[in-house]
Design a protein around this ligand. Structure first.
Ligand code: CP
Ligand code: NVA
Length: 309
């Protein structure tokens, strides 16, 4: 088997994503109620080490991959670019070569997606995308797991996205093509998501629609999703915040969705900007399950890159 990377969901494909999700559901159920640091009975990644490199801040990705590796019986090493030689100009290629000798897999969070592609090119161990400016596939694995756990089948699902057309939306759109659901994108003009992911999703059979009217985007949705209006690395522009204002997810918008619609947010949330307290703390919100599911989904992504799934 050639080295498996997880840079985007397409690396696993629809069958791979489905298999990862099924594995995550089984494994989560099997360890229900146990202490969070306990190693799973089968310890499938015993003696394996994941090196994580962060060129951007993180809470969930950092903690969830660390705990995921512990539960799988392995370990993790966390590097911040500011304290590594990468931050002083050592090349990505040389970093890939060295980390491939020392660790069994590498996770990178960075800005330019081309950097993670370069890392994967030179690495001889699996590389996992922990977020780039282009995409956030691990987040969407946790999102899909959360939606399924809350009783919603993916095929035919109507997902509404409100706000900025960013990395998280790109991976949702990619997932739609692979898992056959539809995305209603409510974003202001000039803040659309990546056209390449939309074309691929449509070719895969997903219906992707663009709406300037937020209420129209949410109408009849099974799942409502938003994210910060200003992503890491972006300027805090007043003009952008003003353009985003009509897309805030609040109670008036949520009533347009189906009565049992779920609310998702990858977090961190900017409360009372992209989402009100009432919605994120309300009965439709599953954001804490979503955050916990980063651990469970990524355990199965890790098993997948090592060829165990
Ligand atoms: N959702 C997410 O990736 O969170 P962090 O930035 O805290 O890792
Ligand atoms: N779109 C956000 C996601 C954070 C997890 C960002 O890139 O900052």
């Amino acid at each position: 088997m050639s080295t498996r990377h997880f840079l985007n969901l397409a690396d696993a494909g629809g069958d791979g994503v489905a298999a990862i999700l099924a594995d995550a559901i089984d494994r989560k159920r099997a360890r229900d109620g146990q202490p969070k640091g306990r190693v799973d009975a089968d310890a499938p990644l015993a003696d394996h080490v994941l090196a994580m490199v962060f060129e951007k801040n993180s809470t969930r990705t950092r903690v969830s991959f660390d705990i995921a590796m512990r539960q799988l019986g392995g370990g993790a090493v966390i590097l911040d670019s500011g304290t590594t030689q990468l931050g002083r100009g050592e090349t990505i290629a040389d970093t890939a070569r060295v980390l491939s000798r020392m660790a069994d897999a590498i996770m990178l969070r960075t800005d330019d997606h081309a950097k993670i592609e370069e890392l994967a090119h030179y690495a001889t161990v699996p590389v996992i995308n922990g977020l780039t400016d282009l995409s956030h596939p691990c987040q969407i694995m946790a999102d899909l797991l959360t939606v399924i756990e809350h009783g919603k089948a993916l095929p035919g699902l109507e997902v509404a996205w409100l706000g900025d057309g960013n990395n998280v939306l790109n991976s949702i759109v990619e997932a739609a093509g692979l898992m056959k659901f539809n995305v209603r994108i409510g974003v202001p003009e000039g803040y659309e998501s990546d056209a390449g992911f939309i074309a691929l999703a449509e070719a895969g059979g997903a219906r992707i629609s663009l709406h300037r009217d937020a209420a129209e985007a949410v109408a009849g949705a099974d799942v409502v999703v938003t994210d910060t209006w200003i992503s890491m690395g972006q300027a805090h522009a007043e003009a952008k915040l003003a353009a985003m204002a009509p897309y805030q997810v609040n109670d008036a918008l949520m009533v347009r969705a189906k009565a049992d619609a779920l609310f998702l947010h990858c977090l961190p949330a900017h409360r009372n900007e992209e989402v009100t307290d009432a919605v994120i703390d309300g009965p439709r919100s599953v954001v804490w399950d979503e955050a916990e599911n980063r651990i469970h989904a990524q355990k199965s992504v890790l098993r997948w890159v090592f060829g165990q799934i």
